[in-house]
Design a protein around this ligand. Sequence first.
Ligand code: AMP
Length: 117
Amino acid sequence: MPAEPSIFSKIVAGEIPADIVRDTERLIAFRDIAPQAPVHILVVPKSEAYRDVVELAAGDPSLLAEMVAMGHDIAREHCDGQFRLVFNTGEQAGQTVFHVHAHVMGGGLAEGSLASG
Ligand code: AMP
């Protein structure tokens, strides 16, 4: 476990504000503060036990499946059920927060590249 709570743990604890769109027993979802798509929502486990999706898949695959299902629910509500699901994994791949999270992106991305932002 990291010594300092991650920025996402602070959102889970209510210590910093976020535009929350889903809140379940094990997951929270909120709008990205710097959106890279018309719909850009982060799905985050409340536990910060896993730094990235590789650790999560190995340690708790059912929680990863819950994240995918929540991404789909969010996309059904916000962008016709069609979405891009991005897990930046490692600093050189653009990961900046080492508390696993999925970027749910949608809304008019068909012309765009695969870049996540
Ligand atoms: P990554 O670069 O994949 O680690 O994604 C981290 C994401 O968290 C970035 O897209 C940031 O814009 C987003 N982010 C950072 N701080 C906040 C915050 N306080 N509220 C919402 N999104 C945030």
